[in-house]
Design a protein around this ligand. Structure first.
Ligand code: FW2
Length: 289
């Protein structure tokens, strides 16, 4: 079995986390067949959330805690541990963390120690969130082996072979790739995908999972090319901002706007974005009806 995991957007209202909108959005995704929600990821603007706000996102989804992977990464270990313990009390499926970022010259052994301390802090599965492009750190398969206590890895990496290394070194690890361009590959060769497009076209990801399961690779690859087109369009506007509008366009409800310094799209941009995705939207409606 492979998993479709969505790194959920964090809705804001008046600059604060909108828990109700987050809960409704997660409910819709889970109802449409998404397996797990990844909270406070990059798409969810996790690095821009205060620890109390990270906790608020978890509280919003407390009824679905067993379907949540809760990202607790902080540059203050005590805060990360506090979040991990709360997550354990609420019964999440797992916690995750990116490595200590920004501090470029910290020794490797400190990267390792951070994850071991997290594992020791709460007896629950711990995932590495590896995103070298964003964090400047690559916690690769060798380092994961050295850490020794991780249950899984989410590798946001355009290189499938980089992600496969984790699995080759330790087949027991749950390994996901977090790139929208590798959804098909992740559903075929790994334990699943963590795809930001799942926020607005969850039906397509679930359909891809089912096609792969039925060995209809051609069908799944066709859907991958739809995702690629959507991502290409979103990137022109700044995906982090565009994602919020795409939820409204494709799913029909508003989850508000991002929070600066991730600025919302301007009205004129929203109009052109809508026009650019119209034909893809029609195609998806036809496929899913
Ligand atoms: C996350 C993901 C997906 C991303 C990728 C960034 O946490 O948001 O890393 O879409 O552009 O895993």
């Amino acid at each position: 079995m492979t998993d479709v995991v969505v790194p959920i957007l964090t809705p804001f209202r008046d600059g604060e986390v909108n828990k109700e909108a987050l809960r409704l959005h997660a409910e819709n995704l889970l109802e449409k067949g998404v397996d797990y929600i990844f909270l406070n990821g990059t798409t969810g603007l996790g690095p821009a959330l205060y620890p109390e706000e990270k906790l608020a996102t978890l509280e919003a989804l407390r009824d679905y805690a067993d379907r949540v992977i809760f990202q607790v990464g902080e540059l203050n270990l005590d805060k990360a541990v506090e979040l991990a313990r709360k997550a354990r009390d609420l019964g999440v499926r797992a916690i995750a963390s990116y490595p200590v970022y920004y501090f470029q010259r910290i020794p490797e052994k400190h990267l390792v120690k951070y994850f071991r301390d997290l594992c020791a802090s709460a007896s629950l599965p711990v995932f590495l969130y590896n995103y070298p492009l964003a964090t400047g750190k690559d916690v690769d398969a060798r380092l994961v082996e050295e850490i020794g206590c991780l249950s899984g890895v989410k590798d946001t990496n355009e290189s499938l072979s980089h992600t496969l290394q984790y699995k080759l070194r330790n087949p027991k690890l749950i390994v996901y790739n977090g790139s929208d361009s590798l959804v098909f590959a992740s559903l075929t060769f790994l334990d699943g995908t963590v795809a930001s497009t799942g926020n607005y076209v969850p039906e397509v990801l679930v359909m891809m999972k089912n096609l792969v399961k039925a060995n209809d690779f051609e069908g799944a690859i066709k859907l991958q090319s739809l995702l690629d087109k959507l991502v290409e369009i979103a990137r022109k506007y700044g995906s982090f901002s565009a994602n919020y509008e795409l939820v409204r366009i494709f799913q029909g409800y508003s989850i508000g706007k991002p929070r600066p310094p991730i600025y919302p799209l301007e009205e004129s941009e929203i109009k052109t974005l809508e026009a650019e995705v119209r034909s893809i939207k029609d195609m998806i409606t036809e496929l899913t009806s």
